[in-house]
Design a protein around this ligand. Sequence first.
Ligand code: ZN
Length: 376
Amino acid sequence: MISGLQRLWERARPVTAEPNLQFPRPLLLFQSDDWGRVGVRDGEGLEELRAAGVQLGESAYDFYSLETAGDLQALRELLGKHRDSAGRNPSIGMNFIVANVDFKRALESRDDEVPLMPLTDGLPGRWRRPHLFDGYRQGIQEGVFFPALHGLTHFCAKAVRRELKLDGDRGESMQAMWRAETPYIYWRMPWIGYEYWDRELKPEERFLNFEEQRLAVNRAAEIYRAFFGTAPISACAPGYRSDENTMKAWRECGIRVVQHGPAGHKRPHLDEYGVLHTFRNVEMEPATTKVDLGALIEQVGNCFGRGLPGIVSIHSINFHSTLRDFRTTTLALLDDFLGSVKKRWPNVLYVNDGDLLRIAQEACYLGESRRSRCCK
Ligand SMILES: [Zn+2]
C-alpha cells in the first residue's frame, strides 16, 4: 500500500519557532460560518420587523434567515456532482451556532442569563424548518458536509444582559427584534459584540476571562456532542475574535483545528500543543460581495503556487433562499468554480479540516480513501 501513498507536505525550513507547513499538492477546502443560527423569520418575521419600525433592505444581512432542508439538498446535489483526482467529493466545513435565543423566555425573564434553546431541543417559537436537521446529518454521512463548532451564541451574552438591565434604547431595540423572533441583525447593533468579545469595553478588557469562555465553550461542545453524536475537532470563533483563553478552553474540549479569519497568505502551522491553525485565503461571498470567477481562480493559484491549501471562506447566508434567493447565484458560481479548479489543477484534492489535520500530523495521505497513514 505504500506505493499508493502520496507525500503531500514537507516541513519548510523553519524561520521561526513555529513549524510552518508546505503542501506541494493542491488542496482545496471550504470553511463556512453561521449554520444553525436563526435570523429574520422569513416573510412573516420581516413584516413584523417592518411593523415595529425596522426598515429592512439596506444590507444583505437584513435578508439573513436560516437555511432550509431544500437549501441543503441543492448544495448536497451540487457537491455530489464534483470529484477530485482521488474520486472524492468537495466538502463544506460548516461551523455551527448550537443554540438560539429562546425568545419567549428571554422576553419574560430579567435573569442574569439570556435564555437559550439548544439545537437539540429544536428551533425557538414560530420558527419552522421541516427536515433541516436530517439534512445536516445526511450531508455529513455523504461526506459533503463537515461540521465544526462556531459557538453557543454569536453575540456576547454579557453585553446583551448589560444593555437589557440598563433599559435604554439598545435594550429596547433588541427586545423589538426578539418579539419578531429575530435574535439581532449585527450591522444594526454592533454593540452586541461577538461571543467571547465585549466590544463596548476598553480594548484590553474586551475578551471574556478564561472561566467565562470555558463555561460557554463547554456548554456549546456538550450540545454539539448531543446533536451530532461526535465531539467537535475544529472551531472558529464568532467574528474570528479569539484569544489565548479561547484556545485553552477549546483544547480542553478536544479541538485540534483552529480556523482563523482571512490573513493574506499566512501559512497553516501546528502549535506547541499539536493544534493546527488555518487561515482563510479565498473569499467566495457572492451574497455580500461581487465575485468574479477569474479573480477567484487567481486567488486559488496564488495559494497553490506558495504551497498553501486554498481555504475558501463562504458564509451560510450564501445558501439561503427564503427571504432573498442567494442560493441560485452561489450554487452556479460554486459549480463553475469547482469545474475550473479541476480543469486547471487535475491533481487537486478536496479536503476538510480533519483531513488537513491528519495530513499535517502524519505527513502522508492515502489518496484512494479518507484514511491516512504516515510515510516511512
Ligand atoms: Zn459567524
